[in-house]
Design a binder for this molecule. Structure first.
Ligand SMILES: Cc1cc2nc3c(=O)[nH]c(=O)nc-3n(C[C@H](O)[C@H](O)[C@H](O)COP(=O)(O)O)c2cc1C
Length: 193
């Protein structure tokens, strides 16, 4: 699968099969993130692989899913993520301005996941203090995001946005994700007329 194919195929997944992701594959995802572009090459982003079955339910309880369609986007029992990668910013390396680094790293991670047949949900709505305590994360790390992972048990579809960018589920339970059209988001040479 080439990169563009992975980009077209990637959709946020919020229902997962319960087959476990091998640890070496999770490490491959972190390696892909590690090699992302980084401002001044400071590389402040660090990663916690979470796949201990004893931790997973507690981590799940610290996540919030699909606000536009809540509670219909929350994984039900037996559909939960089977692993997570917590994305941290080491403030001793870079005190502020690490968001772009984190974004580049996370996109590398989730596109590599697509190429491995793994679905993901980038979670920003998380209980950071709860995660800090549970995962023993020292104060010098900002908890940027949590990436939920697992083999997909749903197949969301992207479509051209017409009136709204709000994702929705149809009568069959398929998630539709409106994307602004190329004509709406792209300018050539000049933005004005
Ligand atoms: C910074 C960021 C934070 C997000 N936080 C959440 C979240 O807390 N919960 C959730 O269910 N989805 C979250 N998402 C996923 C978005 O809802 C999703 O990317 C969007 O609906 C578009 O769908 P797509 O990823 O399939 O293109 C987040 C995405 C990003 C980029």
């Amino acid at each position: 699968m080439d990169v563009y194919e992975a980009i077209l195929k990637r959709r946020t997944i919020r229902k997962f099969k319960q087959d476990l992701i091998p640890t070496d594959v999770l490490e491959k995802l972190v390696n892909a993130a590690r090699l992302a572009p980084s401002g001044a090459n400071l590389q402040p982003i660090k990663y916690v692989i979470i796949n201990d079955p004893e931790l997973l339910p507690s981590v799940f309880s610290m996540t919030r899913w699909a606000a536009y369609i809540a509670p219909k986007g929350t994984p039900q029992a037996g559909e939960e993520p089977t692993a997570y990668i917590a994305v941290l910013a080491d403030r001793e390396i870079r005190a502020t301005g690490y968001d772009s680094d984190a974004g580049a790293a996370i996109e590398n991670l989730i596109l590599t996941a697509v190429s491995e047949g793994i679905g993901s949900c980038w979670l920003g709505s998380i209980d950071r203090e709860g995660l800090r305590e549970l995962l023993q994360i020292p104060e010098n790390y900002h908890i940027h995001s949590l990436i939920a992972l697992g083999y997909p048990a749903e197949s969301p579809v992207a479509e051209d946005a017409v009136d709204s960018i709000k994702y929705y589920k149809d009568e069959n339970g398929t998630l539709h994700v409106p994307k602004r059209t190329l004509a709406e988001v792209m300018f050539v040479n000049r933005v004005g007329n």
